[in-house]
Each structure stands twice: as C-alpha cells, then as structure tokens.
Ligand binder design. Structure first.
Ligand code: GAR
Length: 222
C-alpha cells in the first residue's frame, strides 16, 4: 500500500483546479499524491497538465455506454484499479448516479462555483448578478445523491464589483477563491480533520454549519 494518501481527480475541461491541487501536492501543502486523472472528454486540457506532472490519465467516453448507470459502473471499475482514498471532482461536468456517489460516499468531493445552498446547477455567476447579490464565491462539498446538495465543507467569497460580468466573476472566483479553498479542503480530508456523517460535514469533532467553514485568507493559508 502507498504511504501517502492517493487522490483521483475527475475533470472535463481546463483543469485549473487540478493544477492547484497538483501544485499543492508538489509543495507538500497536501500530504498526498495523485494516482489518476480521469476525463469524460478526450480534448480536456487538464489531461495535458496531468501528463506533464507524470500522473496516469484515463478517458472514458460517454457515447460508448448505453446509460448513465453503465457509464458510472465502468467509471467505478476503472477508478478502483487505483484504490483512491479520495475522489475529487474538479470541473467534472457530468451528473453522477447514486451507483457512483454511493460507491465513494464520504470520500467524494466537488467544488461548485456559488455560495451553496444558493444556486445549485448551472450559470451560477449570471444568476448571482441578476439577483443583485453583493457577494459570490465557491463551495467545496461532499457529493451525495442530490445535485450540488451534499454537506458543504469550505466556502470562500469575494465582493461583486459594479463592473463585474459573469465572465469576470468566473475568472476572479477561480483564482481568488477556488484555487485556494480546494487544496486546503483536500488537505483537511487527507488529514482526516473533516468527515461526512449522516447529519452533515464534521470538522475537528464539530458539526459544520449548512454553508461549511468560511474561508478567510491569512498569512499562513495564502
Ligand atoms: C470551476 O469554476 C468549477 O467550480 C466549475 O467548473 C470550473 C472548472 O474549472 N464546476 C462546476 O460548475 C461543477 N458544477 P477548471 O477546469 O479550470 O478547474
């Protein structure tokens, strides 16, 4: 068995969150290694990032499967070969069935670009702007059967500027929030400081609120 925890990352696109996690593993702010990066798309740029870091890659094309359940079963079989301690969804744009979420319950996390429970689903930044919100952010949460509805672990926010558009918010939230909170939350799971129980996410023996731990940048977690 590997000494360091093994992480599988699932992507569909650019993989900038994957890169933040890879960098954190390299500089040891995450005490783990990536065992595989899996994509549902052959053209996902994140696959190049994984190859550059010498992490094995895997592509599972949905069109080769009859149903979501069949696809998810194949995905479980493929990932199980790598025996991941943690499965990290980083911009993985496919809805997973209970077959998959149950197989990795408690060790499956996602990052969602909104202040959950606000705005599950798509177009989160546009929806925050249309609602006239003052803040927008991102949330790392455990994945359960409910889409973007599992217990939040860690949430970070920025103030929306008058000049912000959905695109500027997406890019600011990626760099100012997501790339900071995702590696930190992954490390908490690796350290077993955070766990999922029936009633929610627990950290250091305390039940976290329905929005998770609130991230505030300090000198030590910058
Ligand atoms: C990120 O903003 C992530 O929060 C979002 O996709 C982007 C992926 O960027 N995820 C979702 O919308 C999932 N519902 P990346 O490929 O550069 O990490």
């Amino acid at each position: 068995m590997a000494d360091r925890a093994q992480i599988a990352v699932l992507i569909s696109g650019s993989g900038s969150n994957l890169q933040a996690i890879l960098d954190a593993c390299t500089c040891k702010s995450i005490d783990a290694d990536l065992c595989v990066v899996m994509s549902n798309r052959q053209d996902a740029f994140g696959l190049e990032r994984a190859k550059k870091a010498s992490v094995p890659t895997l592509v599972l094309d949905y069109s080769l499967y009859e149903s979501r359940e069949e696809y998810d079963s194949a995905l479980i079989a493929a990932l199980s070969e790598y025996q991941p301690d943690l499965v990290v969804l980083a911009g993985f744009m496919r809805i997973l069935t209970p077959i998959f979420t149950d197989a990795f319950a408690g060790k499956l996390i996602n990052i969602h670009p909104s202040l959950l429970p606000k705005y599950p689903g798509l177009h989160t930044h546009k929806r925050a702007l249309e609602a006239g919100d003052s803040y927008q952010g991102a949330t790392v949460h455990f994945v359960t059967h409910e889409l973007d509805g599992g217990p939040p672990i860690l949430q970070g926010r920025i103030k929306i500027a008058d000049t912000d558009t959905a695109d500027s918010l997406a890019s600011r939230i990626l760099t100012e929030v997501e790339h900071k909170i995702y590696p930190l939350a992954v490390q908490w799971l690796v350290q077993k400081r955070v766990e999922m129980r029936d009633d929610g996410a627990w950290m250091d023996g305390e039940l976290l609120s329905g929005t998770g731990f609130q991230y505030i940048e300090t000198e030590t977690n910058k």
